[in-house]
Ligand binder design. Sequence first.
Ligand SMILES: Cc1cc2nc3c(=O)[nH]c(=O)nc-3n(C[C@H](O)[C@H](O)[C@H](O)COP(=O)(O)OP(=O)(O)OC[C@H]3O[C@@H](n4cnc5c(N)ncnc54)[C@H](O)[C@@H]3O)c2cc1C
Length: 535
Amino acid sequence: MAFIDARNLDDGASLSADLCIVGAGACGTTLAAELEGSPLSILLVESGGFGPDEETQALDDLESVGYPIREKFMSRARYYGGSCNLWAGRNMLLEPIDTAPRSWVARSGWPIPYAEIASYHARAARALRLPSIEAFDPSTYANRMTRDENALFAEGPLRPAISLWGTKPRRFGAAHRKRLRRSAKTRVLLQANAVRIALDREGRAVESIEARTLAGKRIEIRARSFVLACGGIENARLLLVSRDRRPDGVGNGSGAVGRFFMDHPRAVYGTVRLRKGNRIPLIRGIPLRDGKVQFGIGLSEEIQRGEGLLDHYATLEARYSAYVEQKYETMVQSAKVLLRRGYAGSRWKIGRAEFGEIPGMIYLLTPKELMPHFVYRWMTTIRRAWNPESGGNERVVVYFCEQPPDSESRVALSDERDALGIPRVRLHWKIPPEVSRTLLCLQDLLAERLETAGIGTLTPGEGEPRFSDASHHLGTTRMSDDPREGVVDRNCRAHDVRNLYLAGGSVFPATGHSSPTLTMIALALRLADHLRDDQ
Ligand SMILES: Cc1cc2nc3c(=O)[nH]c(=O)nc-3n(C[C@H](O)[C@H](O)[C@H](O)COP(=O)(O)OP(=O)(O)OC[C@H]3O[C@@H](n4cnc5c(N)ncnc54)[C@H](O)[C@@H]3O)c2cc1C
């Protein structure tokens, strides 16, 4: 039907629909697009407009009191299309062990079986425009694996952990914009910040949501069902600040709202010197006709079970001089400004961000993101044919870690308030010692395999590993069958509010190491099916 700018509505206006989705990011737009054409009338409510804006972005500012997160780094984007306006487009599948209960990982295990999540993988891969679901299967590359790579993964504790990219990172907002604009039964309300969930008298159902514009106009949204798709931090915040009927917030009978916050801690730790003449193209990443694949180095299920380890993986990345990095950062900053990706006025300060010992390149745009796919493919092929070892023989080891669920790692409310008078988030990110323990085991196993396979030598990292966050915000409204243990049930419906659903990483009860967006999209598609069937 239309995109509506909330600033043009009257103060006190009331809108209604069958279904209200709050948040037009990856999950919100996917859900709306999937349900478009169903009999449901939909109102998709989004805080921002079509581009980044300083004042709206500032509503996301938070107080960090736990393990330090990256400073001055835009880990979320608060405008139409959400954080996938900025994302790097790395896709991975959860592994079966990540969703199974593991005796050595407290509160692990998903209530839904792996097969059920996997039944949505192919649809999610299509939604993300990935080469194919088969491209996640290591055996697809059997003919392309070199002797070195076969030796590394042969019969042992290490297994390939596959990452896949499409030709460009999917921008969900832009991708669905035309369809939503033309839809007969869907409206998108922009510049409308959901600030409060109002429950009915019994406190068992959502009656309405109050949204406000930055200038303070109030809009009431009524619907039969509501989905919160505001991202893993804002979903929890909105539930916690809505305290009219329940002092602990909406859907918080278990006290789990905001708790069990997880990210994927990343560390650059140690280096590998590759033997001359080494051949590890898949580990470095190869272009495909319609994307890119990279083999990470993960831990086999057997070793995780046997040694009580978490599910981490590592990659071997090129090492650049500080000079090259600095030049590249400047170039990326300019490119992001030009592409209007992540640029939000003076807030975009990545060029001045302090990356410490962690090379900034890993968090910036990769060359693949900056150039059209055909140019990237062509360049990589020529470069490698010319010089198979290009990129240097020295590599840094980057660990991508699983963080186990812990109720003390949490999103709570701060005493500070945002421009709308809503309490900000106080984030206490806690990384337990098991994360470093698994990292050090993986380091030892990798050193041993590289040596035995004659690929190279690993120099271990010094001191304690230092972690960085990865903009993966997970776990704050966890899924459980038991209402005392979590916030949503296996259909992503709040246990104690009958018409309220949650979408996105906040429902993950455990995370594995995998970049989470593909699983979020799989769950959004599953929720769309549920809502369609549930009318
Ligand atoms: C730099 C960067 C790189 C990343 N790289 C990867 C990667 O390679 N692989 C991967 O899997 N993931 C990656 N991610 C994470 C990925 O972007 C997220 O997992 C994904 O965007 C989450 O989707 P979502 O729909 O749950 O939330 P979001 O995309 O964040 O969308 C939430 C939406 O809700 C809106 N909103 C928030 N609060 C309110 C409110 N109160 N009222 C109304 N609207 C509201 C926001 O404006 C936003 O549009 C990356 C993230 C960043 C920032």
